[in-house]
Design a protein around this ligand. Structure first.
Ligand code: AMP
Length: 422
């Protein structure tokens, strides 16, 4: 017996219906915010990912050498590919450029619930704008995407890497120290962080205040800790403007400042954020994003860039956990030819209705009315058309309403109008 490779999944038609529902819903939200869709290849040159994250990232990738000796990798995310495409083809486009995407990503992770080796992301990148309204809109868009698909309880946590860098500078922490400290901050391992800060020469009092500031959502507490760094103070004020717009113009209130959101200092800068669905427990992070610098690294002329990615699979898990009822996979009409002489007419009716936009199937197993009706019921069919010899003589068929259970004789030429009416 063959099985799917570890960390991957098959999706049945019912599951695909859920995924398509979310994809269509999200695409509609993206386009309502003025975004255009972009698609890049499933694999890229390996260097695209090592350039940003260093050689050690290879351990987390599906990297391979092709028959031509090229070093390639299945994409682990889409920000780097989209920015590669921007530098290659879109630099002359009018700004801002608002791009969204859906794509499967591959990471050599340890699989668990909500963490797969092949998973799908829905995301976007905004290129060429750095205003507070653009930043507020990005946060509002991520939130609206999740709300529009039907999630009830999601929360945005907002951090800022410019402020974190300023604090690091003030505490005399070197680049090497930061490499040790950032993952601890990212994972909220504050006890270990305290020990590491002490090892890096930070006083106990400073370490305690820093850890408190990482966890507080009180702007004043943060402001007093960064008071002697003008850049950080300015950045905090800019953040307040963004959050003011988010609340007062976009009317999004489910957010809080959380400076422990750091997302790796390597290419993110300034504002960063994550959105959680508390209902998911351990793997609750649905979305991550912020502003970052990649364009010049890929040989382009530097412009402001920001974006986010939503975990598609976790969005479905969160919806299921919240008890969301997905639109069922359904067939509008099922046609039952009573005997073999009725097959040709049944097909003609099916084709006619299909051309009018109905989803239609007909019994191809010649299994008779009783079994066919049972099958139609299992497929959540709303209307069944029974094509029988007596009715056909008068150019009519039986139209059965599967919900109510009643049936009527309808002229073949009127079926379409009748179905449209109901
Ligand atoms: P990241 O690109 O790491 O910021 O991830 C963005 C989002 O993708 C996360 O918030 C998750 O929802 C989702 N995600 C990341 N890694 C995985 C994975 N291995 N399996 C499923 N979803 C993932």
């Amino acid at each position: 017996m063959f099985q799917v490779p570890r960390g991957t999944r098959d999706f049945t038609p019912e599951e695909m219906e859920k995924r398509r529902y979310i994809e269509q819903n999200m695409a509609a939200t993206f386009t309502s915010f003025g975004y255009g869709e972009i698609q890049t290849p499933t694999f890229e040159n390996l260097e695209l990912f090592t350039a940003k994250s260093g050689e050690s990232i290879v351990n987390e990738l599906y990297a391979f050498t092709d028959k031509g000796g090229r070093e390639l990798a299945l994409r682990p995310e889409l920000t780097a590919p989209v920015i590669r495409c921007y530098v290659e083809r879109l630099q002359m486009e009018p700004k801002p450029l608002k791009l969204f995407y859906f794509g499967n990503c591959y990471r050599y992770d340890r699989p668990q619930k909500g963490r797969y080796r092949e998973f799908q992301q829905a995301g976007c990148e905004v290129i060429g704008v750095e205003t507070s309204e653009a930043a507020a809109e990005l946060l509002a868009l991520a939130f609206t995407l999740l709300k529009n698909v039907g999630l009830k309880n999601v929360r945005i946590n907002i951090g800022n890497l410019t402020i974190i860098s300023a604090i690091f500078k003030r505490l005399n922490l070197l680049k090497d120290d930061q490499k040790i400290l950032l993952p601890l901050i990212d994972k909220s391992q504050f006890d270990d962080l305290k020990v590491s800060l002490r090892d890096c020469g930070v006083s106990g009092k400073d370490a305690e205040t820093f850890i408190r500031v990482l966890q507080t959502s009180e702007v004043n507490e943060i402001r007093s800790f960064i008071a002697d760094d003008p850049d950080a103070v300015k950045e905090l004020a800019a953040m307040e403007t963004i959050l003011g717009l988010l609340k007062n113009a976009f009317h999004v209130t489910e957010y809080g400042i959380k400076l422990s959101i750091v997302r790796g200092l390597d290419y993110y800068k300034g504002l960063v954020f994550e959105i959680d669905a508390p209902v998911l427990g351990a793997e609750k992070q649905l979305c991550g994003g912020g502003s970052y610098e990649l364009v010049s690294l890929f040989g382009g002329t530097e412009v402001p860039t920001s974006g986010f990615a939503i975990g598609f699979d976790r969005t479905i898990l969160a919806l299921e956990a919240e008890g969301f009822i997905f639109p069922p996979l359904k067939l509008d009409v099922y046609i039952i030819p009573v005997n073999q002489d009725m097959i040709c007419t049944s097909i003609e009716i099916a084709q006619q209705l299909r051309s009018q936009g109905f989803s239609v199937d007909f019994d191809q197993l010649r299994r008779g009315i009783g079994k066919s009706l049972k099958y139609a019921d299992s497929k959540h069919v709303e209307k069944v058309i029974i094509v029988g010899p007596k009715e056909l003589e008068k150019k009519t068929v039986t139209l059965r309403d599967m919900k109510i259970g009643n049936q009527e004789i309808v002229s073949i030429t009127e079926i379409c109008a009748k179905l449209k009416k109901t």
